[in-house]
Structure formats: structure tokens, C-alpha cells
Write a protein that binds this ligand. Structure first.
Ligand code: SF4
Ligand code: SF4
Length: 181
């Protein structure tokens, strides 16, 4: 078999350069054929949904929006080591590290912390590699089925610490539950 005739998809069509007949030059048949294809698609099951009004059913093991964890004392776990950003295949994570001050020990667990931590949700593919790379158990994809809300503005998809850090009440509640068990 020559290279020209090989078709990996099996859908290859050889286009002919023969002169068109009078009927073909009217394009009526082609237009009717095109319309029939359009009409056929009216009656097919739609591949799309009206998000965000409608949502697809998600798997039981689905993991949604990220959260930056706090420890049982409510301090942020993240030490701004940058391993999550390095492991991210979509280059969605950026951060700026800062040194913890003496009076900030109740806020940050380690001597270094993320002053700025941002995830670009337009880039993120929710692969979870950031979670796997984190040595401080700081970032994880939540089980809460929370999706990134739809928006027309690009800036709304840059999630900073205000949206990512675990609420303090949640950290303290988790700590109480752990102590009770
Ligand atoms: S889930 Fe994947 S793509 Fe999204 S920020 Fe983490 S590593 Fe990057
Ligand atoms: S989330 Fe984890 S991996 Fe990412 S910078 Fe913070 S400590 Fe490092």
C-alpha cells in the first residue's frame, strides 16, 4: 500500500478536480443535503447543557475546587515551597512567599508562608497533581462538589487566598471533632 492511500482515521476522501455539471453548479443538491444534516441534528440528543442553570451528574469520587488547609490551631499549613506550582501541568498556580513575623505564629504554621497564592481556574484541569506534590498537606481538592462559578470576567477566575484558604471556623470545628474521636 502506498503512503498516499493510508488513512489513519478511515475517513479520508480523495477530492476530484473534474468539471462540475450544470446541476452541481446550481448547488441546490448540496444546499438540500446540508439542510438535511442540520434538521437531523434537531432531533438528536444534545451534547451540551445550559450551565450554570443545569449541571451534570458527577462521579462519587469527583473532586472540586481547591482549598488551602489550616491546622488544628487554625494556622495556615502552606509554607510557599512552590512544589505545587512546579508540578502543575497547566501552570495555573502562582505565589509570593513571605517570612513569618514573631507576632504571626498563630496565623502561619511554618516560618515561611504564602503572602499571595493564586490559582487561575481558567487554566486548571483539576488533575490533583498539586495536592499530590504538597509536602505540608496544605492544598487539596475538596469533595464538596463546588464548581468554579460561571462569569464573563477573566479576573473572577483568578482565585486568591480569600477564596482558597479554609474558613477558620471549619478548621476549629474539624479540630473539635478530632479531639472528640
Ligand atoms: S489541579 Fe492540576 S491543573 Fe489544577 S492547579 Fe492543581 S496541578 Fe494545576
Ligand atoms: S500548597 Fe503545599 S506544595 Fe504548594 S506551596 Fe504550599 S506547602 Fe508548598
Amino acid at each position: 500500500m502506498s503512503i498516499e492511500t493510508i488513512s489513519l482515521s478511515g475517513r479520508k476522501k480523495v477530492v476530484s478536480n473534474k468539471d462540475m455539471t450544470f446541476l452541481e453548479r446550481l448547488y441546490l443538491v448540496a444546499i438540500v443535503k446540508g439542510l438535511l444534516i442540520t434538521i437531523k441534528h434537531f432531533f438528536r440528543k444534545k451534547a451540551t447543557i445550559h450551565y450554570p442553570e443545569q449541571e451534570r451528574e458527577r462521579s462519587a469520587v469527583y473532586r472540586g475546587q481547591h482549598m488551602l488547609k489550616r491546622d488544628e490551631q487554625g494556622r495556615e499549613n502552606c509554607t510557599a515551597c512552590g512544589l505545587c506550582a512546579l508540578s502543575c501541568p497547566a501552570e495555573a498556580i502562582t505565589m509570593k512567599a513571605a517570612e513569618r513575623k514573631a507576632d504571626e505564629k498563630h496565623l502561619y504554621r511554618e516560618e515561611k508562608y504564602a503572602e499571595i497564592y493564586e490559582i487561575n481556574m481558567l487554566r486548571c484541569i483539576f488533575c490533583g497533581l498539586c495536592e499530590e506534590a504538597c509536602p505540608k498537606d496544605a492544598i487539596y481538592l475538596t469533595e464538596s462538589k463546588v464548581l468554579v462559578p460561571a462569569s464573563y470576567e477573566r479576573e473572577d477566575f483568578i482565585f486568591g487566598k480569600d477564596k482558597l484558604v479554609m474558613p477558620l471556623e471549619m478548621a476549629l470545628k474539624n479540630s473539635q471533632l478530632n479531639n472528640a474521636n
